[in-house]
Write a protein that binds this ligand. Sequence first.
Ligand code: S3P
Length: 434
Amino acid sequence: MIRIEPSPPIQFRGSVPGDKSISHRALILSALAEGETVISGLLRSADTEATWRCLAALGGRLSELVDGTVRVSGSAGHLLAPASSLYAANSGTTARLLLGVLAGGQVSARLEGDRSLSERPMDRVVTPLRAAGARIEELGTPGRLPLAVRPARLVGGRHTVPVASAQVKSALLLSGLMAEGRTAVALPAATRDHTERMLARFGVEVEREVLAGGETVALVGPRTLRSPAALAVPGDPSTAAFLWAAAAITGGQATVEGVCLNQRRIGFLGLLREMGVAVSWQVEREELEPVGSVTVAGRPSRAVDVPPEAVADMIDELPLLACVMAVAPGQSRVSGAGELRVKESDRIAAMAEGLCQLGVACEATEDGWRIQGGPRVHGGEIDAHGDHRVGMALAVLALAGEEASELAGGPIWQVSYPSFLSQLVAAGGRAQEI
Ligand code: S3P
């Protein structure tokens, strides 16, 4: 349980842990490549540890060096059959990307997850992988984990994916490395392109076309990845967003340095600006990804509407955005975000419940929320529903409460942001584990 007290305006300057999406990909591509890769800035959290453990079980050799970097000796695509089930824990990225790797991996493996992950849809990956020739067996509820993957020869093809999912796109690109011929993936909207960028660093160029109606990516297989020797993971904008939101909610200021400024990840900052929050950012270097500093200061002065086409670029920040909306005068709306119902929890329902418990007028719709913002929120008893982003978002909003709040559940921030509580407290947030 954490107790959150009414707090003074947040003041933060510093960096945040490595990007979660990029960290998963850095581990996976390094483990599949020919040669050794040293990764700096890797996120060490429950989600990335799940990927690490699964790769180790598939024969990957991963170790932490004394300077905190991580060394991965690649297998040049030759996986070992794991001795027991692969456990993806709470991590959708681990499960979906590994399904892409296993599909043509020539070993038999069984993949499982925790209760939350076992309720999340895997058919969005399994159906196109089967079309490419993968042999995947559902061991429980159709379309869900646990799944068993058997050795199979894959062929290329064109996949039209109905959801704007970077995980599905990435899984299919990874399977395409082992398939004979051209694998193309069409999505209804552009999504984070970390896999494409990183594949280029491993010697595989991905063709990419971004159109008004979505994006198409393609590669020709089979291909072996060549290690770039070193990879640097930038700070996670989805993690920094908790500090930026804390600044906006309490009327403080937060500068985060060394953060990934990939366009597909910073829609949240544009929305804060539309709400009248002062936001400035600067790209300082372009390596694997654009990297720079962002400062967010002051409270929101007006409500905002998030239309469906804006959703993909801020999908993980929407629970947090709902919290900023709660203190922005007027009625804000989010629509076209039905994907939130199949994240680590049903985030539409969980956030509507949490906001109501903090005295905010919030109505859940099928694919978003209607939120009536005001200057104050109450304190209350809030529940993370086992979801790291829901728990951290509500804790941040509770900083602006008129009374203390209590957040139930364990330290769920270990999933993606292990230093959440310590960084929040260092920035002036009054929060503690009790
Ligand atoms: C991710 C993609 C998104 C995001 C998730 C991480 C990734 O999921 O919500 O936190 O690393 O590719 P979807 O692909 O399901 O949209």
